[in-house]
Every structure is written in structure tokens, then in C-alpha cells.
Design a protein. Structure first.
Length: 162
């Protein structure tokens, strides 16, 4: 798996228009709501506990054996197929603090709470997965650290190229 820094993203062969989505600041939720004329919705697919991967543990500066709560969701715009696959990784330490609210949001987008009256600190890296180009953001929000990964699917790429 190769991670690209933001300064490297300009040198990659990306599908038309996708670069701006990979590097955009702020709430992806709000950006997708605008793009889909308000037809945006989230369907949680899986929620479970797992150990942090070695890469994620290093990024969060935590021991690799640390447990995290993981939420995987599909994000839909105005198409019947998902635009984005999202994966949020909340270390248990963060769930013992203010990030505990994310564990009970159901179909609500994380972005609604994450960017509500705040601008969290964000470190970002870009990678290419089998499913599509992906941005990973490590947020620091009210003293909590967690990772949000967003993979832009082919259906999204096709939509923005229209």
C-alpha cells in the first residue's frame, strides 16, 4: 500500500475532477449534499470492534494492540448505487471521551457532528485501493483522535465527469 502526500497528488494520473475531492478541506458530507442537491444519505453497513492495524496505530501514536470501534458505511448521492465507501476508526480511548457520541449516530453522517461549530485538526494522506482512490484523514476533535477513510467509487467518478 502506497500513501501519497498532498504535495504528490498533483503528479498522479487521476480521473478528471477527482483530485479536488481528494484534497478538499471541510465536511465531505456537506460537499456531497450540495453536489446531490440534498439527496445525500448514509447507510451503515457494519459496526464492530477490532485491533488497530499497525499503520493506523503508528499514525494515531498508539500501541498496535489497542482496540478500536469501526463503522463502515456507504454514502449515497443522487444515484441508486453508493458514491463513497466510508470507514471510521475510533480508538477506545476516544470513545471514553467526547467521541462517544459517534457510536450512536445510526444513519446520521459523521460530518454533521464532526464539523458542527468546530474545525477539527486534520492530517491527510491519499492512497489507491482496489475499490478506488481513497483519502484518509486523522482528525483531532475535542482532544480525541480518530481516522475517517473515504473511498471514491467508480459511480462517483462517472457522476462528476458528466
Amino acid at each position: 500500500m502506497r500513501f501519497y502526500q498532498l504535495r504528490e497528488i498533483h503528479q498522479l494520473q487521476l480521473p478528471t475532477g477527482l483530485q479536488q475531492w481528494l484534497v478538499a478541506d471541510g465536511s465531505l458530507t456537506q460537499q456531497l449534499i450540495k453536489l446531490s442537491n440534498g439527496q445525500f444519505h448514509v447507510i451503515p453497513m457494519n459496526e464492530h470492534y477490532q485491533r488497530l492495524s499497525q499503520i493506523d496505530a503508528m499514525w494515531l501514536n498508539m500501541p498496535a494492540q489497542h482496540i478500536a470501534w469501526v463503522r463502515e458505511s456507504d454514502l449515497y448521492g443522487s444515484d441508486v448505487t453508493p458514491w463513497v465507501k466510508a470507514k471510521s476508526i475510533f480508538p477506545i480511548l476516544s470513545l471514553n471521551k467526547q467521541a462517544r457520541i459517534f457510536k450512536h449516530i445510526g444513519r446520521q453522517p459523521i460530518g454533521h457532528l464532526l464539523f458542527k461549530r468546530t474545525t477539527p485538526l486534520c492530517q491527510r494522506r491519499i492512497l489507491k485501493l482496489d475499490e478506488g482512490w481513497t483519502r484518509q484523514s486523522c482528525y483531532t476533535w475535542h482532544g480525541c483522535q480518530f481516522i475517517v477513510q473515504e473511498t471514491f467509487l467508480k459511480t462517483f467518478e462517472q457522476f462528476i465527469q458528466k
